[in-house]
Design a protein around this ligand. Structure first.
Ligand SMILES: Nc1ncnc2c1ncn2[C@@H]1O[C@H](COP(=O)(O)OP(=O)(O)OP(=O)(O)O)[C@@H](O)[C@H]1O
Ligand SMILES: [Mg+2]
Length: 239
């Protein structure tokens, strides 16, 4: 079932009298239960694309539809609420709150929505069991490793069982062993909640674990085979 539809997205940045076209008529769709990698050279617009898809930024033209809801035309407040309730977000630098412990970070979307304690505990138990994080819950963010931080961010992203999760280079700060653990968590979450997951990555290992690979280059997006990915060189020879 289609969970995400991007149609004819265009985006330019205007700075100091110059216009930089980043996205040029980008269209694609994604289904629930599908993990898709977006690859592309540095500066090709991957983060820009994610920002348009989750409504952090508005495209110059084109539209984004999440299941039956079109993001264009929603107010900033509506978009913020929609993101918190219907989407999960995962970032390279984790974006966890160091003043809160692991449990509070995972529960943050529910705390912000003033959900009662019983439903918080129920949601927590489900996700923590699936991600094997019981022993981490009372730890401070400063006490845990990068891989454990990203697992905390994954738990937070999936706490509301969203149908759609965006991850911008989620393994960019991690070594291979933590990358493998994080990708195992992503796969686990995809299978458990049947979510659509879009992962921006430079890592061909990460892309090899995804169901599909999209390449963003020169403002356009194209579907590529896993064999193509094996030949991509980080930051260099993009075909
Ligand atoms: N707010 C902005 N204002 C002006 N230019 C911007 C802005 N954000 C991004 N850009 C430019 O748009 C282009 C695409 O940037 P973007 O961050 O989307 O690329 P990226 O593919 O995510 O790169 P990386 O792989 O390095 O993270 C770059 O040339 C960048 O300098
Ligand atoms: Mg980026």
């Amino acid at each position: 079932m289609c969970i995400l539809k991007a149609e004819d997205l265009c985006k330019s940045y205007r700075t100091a009298g110059e216009t930089l076209s980043v996205l040029s008529h980008v269209s694609f769709q994604m289904n629930t239960g599908e993990m898709t990698a977006v690859m592309g050279p540095s500066g090709s617009g991957k983060t820009t694309l994610l920002q348009e898809l989750c409504g952090i930024d508005i495209p110059d033209s084109g539209f984004v539809k999440i299941r039956d809801t079109e993001l264009t035309g929603m107010s900033d407040g509506e978009l913020a609420l929609f993101r918190r309730r219907r989407m999960g977000m995962i970032f390279q630098d984790f974006q966890l709150l160091e003043s809160l412990n692991v449990k509070e970070n995972i529960l943050l979307p529910l705390i912000l929505d003033k959900e009662d304690e019983e439903s918080q505990e129920r949601a927590l138990k489900d996700i923590v069991t699936a991600l094997d994080m019981e022993r981490l819950l009372s730890k401070r963010i400063t006490e845990i490793s990068g891989g454990q931080k990203q697992r905390t961010a994954i738990a937070r992203a999936f706490i509301r069982r969203p149908e759609l999760v965006f991850a911008d280079e989620p393994t960019g700060n991690l070594d291979r062993k933590s990358t493998e653990a994080v990708m195992e968590c992503m796969k686990n979450m995809k299978e458990k909640y049947h979510a659509g997951i879009l992962i921006v990555t430079h890592d061909s290992y990460v892309a090899s674990l995804c169901d599909r690979v999209l390449l963003l280059k020169d403002g356009n997006i194209s579907e590529r085979s896993h064999n193509d990915v094996a030949g991509f060189l980080s930051g260099g020879d993009w075909k």
